[in-house]
Design a protein around this ligand. Sequence first.
Ligand SMILES: Cc1ncc(COP(=O)(O)O)c(C=O)c1O
Length: 304
Amino acid sequence: MFEFPIHSPVEQITYDVPDGYSLFIKRDDLIDPLISGNKWRKLKFTLQEAHKQGKTTLVSFGGAYSNHLLALASAAAKFQLKSIAFVRGDEEQTENTMMIISRMMGMQFIRVSRDEYRDKPALFKKYFEKDDTAFFVDEGGMSAEGSLGCEEIIDELTDTYTDIFLAAGTGCTTAGIINAINKKQLHTHVHSVVVHRGVDEVTDNVNRLSYFVSRNSYLDTRYSILDTPMRYGQHSPELLQFCITFQQNTGIMLDPIYTGKAMMKCYEWMKGNPDGSGKILFIHTGGLLGNLGKLDAFLPYLPR
Ligand SMILES: Cc1ncc(COP(=O)(O)O)c(C=O)c1O
């Protein structure tokens, strides 16, 4: 139950990689068009837990452009479960494409105020206390089960790498990667590119979810997006240009909220250390439909 074949090959990227480095990408974006990237990784054991408890309604939380909610809606549909999500009512008054696609997969939305949204357990209790079928899934799929699922990204590898780059929102995926690296006693340096200003919060989450005292793997958040104006959900002209150039030279799509930022930082790191060397694995954490909210911003960068 709650398994499906995972297609996530590792491919080499040769485009603009400086001498001394080799760059590989774990294509978790290919797992599923909607349950893509780290989303399935984070949901798998959560769904198994819900099933064990006999729950059939997944209740979660997210912003109006949440990749997590779209994935949850699709996973629920795939396994004949119900899905309901709380969104902040003041975030966007009209329904955006992500929400419409989630509704096409059967998700129901409950809009609540920003204040109410803050206390998620209280919201769940208020609306679902008497509903025995309801199962709480935290925002972004953040949980011990979520990070356990992300360990499988490393378990699937047949090669070893000196460095791993990935985008971080809550740090749940990073925690899974670090746990798996420690478990396998690898000596891999993990560059977690936090895409918002809460680097301390992410580090706390990673520490809380890591069941190993970090012996071999080394969490590095120095390449996080601290430099404004590129805070969460925002973009700079350089980032948009980077995403377009990268895509047009590799055929691999990125998104400007997570993977584009992390890949840009990966190149910055390689190019900033021209005398360095390394065999790098970039983990593509999916989220490509996030581009739907950024189409207008990309227009000036597209060929005519
Ligand atoms: C595409 C994408 N990449 C990376 C992340 C960050 O993952 P985490 O919250 O596990 O750090 C997210 C958010 O869940 C995401 O949607």
